[in-house]
Write a protein that binds this ligand. Structure first.
Ligand code: FPP
Length: 236
């Protein structure tokens, strides 16, 4: 259940972002789509810094969905290369800034070198206490639920019905609080298979800003909007 501080507004404990609009940002400039993703990485850097400065404890970013494999192969390869380059390059800096980097998704399906990069980044930043940064990569909400349910039913000696607590404790990151606020950029109004279990009572914020143009000011606007919301979690 959410903490009381979340219910009465103020700062969200977990902000989740669907980073959308990289392709359109590039198209508007006559650039290849991958350049939009490069610019998207700059927006990630600005947003992570701003979130850490503001004091948001958990930030999650939807970087690659289980459906994104359907994109043209050069774009998929470009995104994988960007991930390789960026995670390796930034690990030390994140470590110095007290940012703990974690990943959510079917990491085991990724290539061995990427799995190694993920392991090393998670180990190197494990002590970070300033911001918990979760990158959702090869992530799908339905897949996460299937993975949780399958691991429950495969457990030795399991008896009785599957409970809400059992599902929650088998999610990819069971200790991560549900997102209080989900932001989606680029004017689309969908969750697109993001945090399906966890988003039941999340506040949603949509902006027409394309992800590469996102930064501190946009984050501040979303937080200001969130602070005005009355969260009831099903109660009157
Ligand atoms: C959505 O824009 C964006 C993505 C699918 C990828 C987001 C990835 C990054 C910002 C960089 C890679 C991540 C890391 C952690 C290095 P879109 O391409 O769907 O935009 P469009 O809707 O305008 O086509």
């Amino acid at each position: 259940m959410p903490k009381e501080a979340d219910v009465i507004g103020g700062l969200p404990s977990h902000v989740a972002i669907i980073m959308d609009g990289n392709g359109r940002w590039a198209l508007k400039r006559g650039l290849p789509r991958i350049m939009g993703h490069y610019a998207g990485v700059k927006a990630i850097e600005r947003t992570v810094r701003a979130a850490a400065d503001i004091g948001i404890p958990h930030l999650s970013l939807y970087a690659f969905s289980t459906e994104n494999w359907r994109r043209p192969l050069p774009e998929v390869k470009g995104l994988m290369n960007l991930f390789r380059y960026y995670v390796r390059k930034k690990t030390k800096e994140l470590c110095n800034e007290g940012v703990r980097l974690r990943f959510a998704g079917r990491i085991w399906e990724l290539s061995e070198d990427i799995r190694k990069i993920v392991r090393e980044a998670e180990n190197a930043t494990a002590g970070g206490g300033r911001l918990d940064l979760v990158v959702c990569f090869n992530y799908g909400g339905r897949q996460e639920l299937l993975d949780a349910i399958n691991s429950i039913v495969e457990e030795d000696g399991r008896e009785g019905a599957v409970t809400e607590e059992a599902i929650r404790s088998h999610l990819y990151l069971p200790d991560l609080p549900d997102p209080d606020l989900i932001i989606r950029t680029s004017g689309e109004h969908r969750l697109s298979n993001f945090w399906l279990w966890q988003s039941s009572y999340s506040e949603l914020y949509f902006t027409s800003t394309l992800w590469p143009d996102f930064g501190k000011e946009e984050l501040d606007s979303a937080l200001e909007d969130y602070a005005k919301r009355e969260r009831r979690f099903g109660a009157v």
